[in-house]
Design a protein around this ligand. Structure first.
Ligand code: SF4
Ligand code: SF4
Length: 385
C-alpha cells in the first residue's frame, strides 16, 4: 500500500540515481529520459503530490512509474537506513494503485494480459514451454536432485533457448543431477510482481508451487536471476519452500569437474552483473569465480560493476512493455558503450534477459564485429573438452 509517511521522508538529495562514487547516472529510466520525474526521488515527489491531491493521474505519470525497471540502484544508494528498503515497495505499490485505477500504458496492459491468458509474456502456448529441450537429451524431472527451471526467456525466446541448452549441457558435464518439467509450468512471475500486479503474481506462483509440490521438488536451479529472486524470496511466503540456486552458484563449486582445452588464445572479457543476482541478492562472486577458472580469459571490470552495475533496462517487465527509448539514450546502449571502453571483446552475462537486451544494443550501436555478448555457460562450453 502507498504510505504517505514514507513518501514524506524523501528530501530529494538525489544519491539514489547515481552509483556510489557519484560520477555517473545509474537509475536506468532517469539516464534514458533525463527528466527529474524519472529519477527515484522525482517519483517519490510525484507520488506525494498525487496523494496530496495536487496532481491527477495521467498517461505520462503512468509511463514514468512503469519505466522503473526495479533495478534496485536506489535502494542500494539512498543514504537513509530503514527508509531505503521501502523505496522499491513504494514504487511497486504505486504501479498497483495505477492498475487499480485502470491507468496503465498499453504496453503494460498487453504484457499483463499475455501473462494472464498464457502464463508467459510471449503469448505462446503453455505446452510449448519445454520445446527448448527437444533433442537435447535433457531428462524429464523424475526425482533427480534438482529441478532445472528455464524461465520465460529460456523457454520461448530463440536466444534464451540457446542459453538454456548451453547451461543445461554444462551442468550435465559437471555431473549435476537434474531434470525439467515438461508441461504445466507458468512464468515465475517475478516481473509481474515488480509491475504491481500482486494478484496475478500470486496466481502464477500458486500454480507453480502446486506443480513443484506435486512433483516433490526440493531443490531448484534457475537459468534466470529473476526466477531465482522470486523463488527464493517470495514463494516461501506463499507456501513454496525450496532450496533455490542460480545455475552459476551450482556451477562455481563444480568447475573442478570440467576439463579445459590447453593453450587457449588469450581473451579479454568484461562481466555485466544482472540486477537480480547482484544488487537484489548480493552474489557478485559466483559468476566471477567461474570466469576466473577459464584458462586464457582475463576479466577487466567496467567502471560500474557489482553493486554499482548499470541495469540493462529490461527488468520490471520493461523487456516486453516498450516504455524505454530505443535511441542512443537507452540503458542497454549506454552499457555496451561502457563495455567497449574497457577494451574487452566479450561481454559475459549470466541472465538471458540481459543477453537479449545487450545483444540488441550491440547491433544497434554497430559494434557487432567488436563486441560479443556471451552467456557464462557459452564461454565455458567453448573452453572445455
Ligand atoms: S530516495 Fe533517498 S537518496 Fe533518493 S532523493 Fe529521496 S532521500 Fe535522497
Ligand atoms: S529501481 Fe532502478 S529504475 Fe527504479 S527508480 Fe530505483 S534506480 Fe530507478
Amino acid at each position: 500500500m502507498l504510505n504517505e509517511e514514507i513518501l514524506h521522508r524523501c528530501f530529494r538529495c538525489g544519491y539514489c540515481k547515481m552509483p556510489s562514487n557519484y560520477t555517473d547516472l545509474n537509475c536506468p529510466s532517469y539516464l534514458a529520459f533525463r527528466f527529474e520525474t524519472y529519477s527515484p526521488g522525482g517519483r517519490m515527489w510525484l507520488l506525494r503530490a498525487w496523494l496530496d491531491g495536487k496532481i491527477q493521474l495521467s498517461k505520462r505519470f503512468a509511463e514514468i512509474m512503469f519505466s522503473c525497471t526495479a533495478c534496485g540502484n536506489c535502494t542500494e544508494h539512498c543514504p537513509f537506513p530503514g527508509f531505503k528498503n521501502l523505496l522499491l515497495e513504494t514504487f511497486t505499490a504505486a504501479k498497483g494503485a495505477f492498475l487499480d485505477e485502470g491507468n496503465v500504458p498499453s504496453g503494460v496492459r498487453d504484457y499483463l494480459t499475455r501473462m494472464q491468458l498464457h502464463g508467459n509474456p510471449y503469448g505462446m502456448a503453455a505446452k510449448k514451454r519445454a520445446y527448448w529441450a527437444n533433442e537435447s537429451g535433457i531428462a524429464p524431472f523424475a526425482g533427480q536432485e534438482y529441478l532445472f527451471f528455464a524461465g520465460d526467456e529460456g523457454s520461448y525466446d530463440t536466444r534464451g533457448q540457446e542459453i538454456a541448452r548451453s547451461a543445461a549441457k554444462l551442468l550435465s558435464k559437471a555431473g549435476i543431477s537434474f531434470g525439467i518439467l515438461t508441461g504445466g509450468e507458468n512464468s515465475d512471475g517475478n516481473d509481474v510482481r515488480a509491475s504491481g500486479e500482486t494478484l496475478l503474481f500470486e496466481e502464477l506462483a500458486k500454480k507453480n508451487t502446486d506443480l513443484f509440490n506435486k512433483n516433490n521438488v526440493k531443490k531448484i536451479i534457475t537459468l534466470s536471476p529473476h526466477s531465482f529472486n522470486t523463488f527464493k524470496k517470495d514463494y516461501p511466503l506463499l507456501g513454496g519452500n525450496y532450496q533455490v540456486f542460480h545455475y552459476t552458484q551450482v556451477l562455481a563449486f563444480n568447475m573442478g569437474k570440467l576439463k579445459f582445452c590447453e593453450n587457449p588464445e588469450p581473451v579479454l572479457a568484461t562481466y555485466h552483473d544482472p540486477c537480480y543476482l547482484g544488487r537484489h541478492n548480493m552474489d557478485y562472486y559466483s559468476p566471477r569465480m567461474i570466469l576466473s577458472a577459464v584458462p586464457g580469459l582475463k576479466i577487466v571490470e567496467m567502471d560500474r560493476n557489482k553493486q554499482n552495475a548499470l541495469c540493462c533496462g529490461g527488468g520490471g517487465g520493461n523487456l516486453f512493455m516498450d516504455l524505454m527509448p530505443s535511441g542512443d539514450q537507452s540503458p542497454a546502449r549506454f552499457r555496451v558503450r561502457e563495455a567497449k571502453a574497457t577494451g574487452a571483446t566479450i561481454v559475459a552475462v549470466s541472465c538471458p534477459l540481459c543477453a537479449i537486451m545487450l545483444e540488441d544494443a550491440v547491433k544497434t550501436e554497430g559494434l557487432a564485429g567488436d563486441l560479443r555478448i556471451m552467456e557464462l555457460s557459452e564461454i565455458v562450453n567453448e573452453s572445455i573438452i
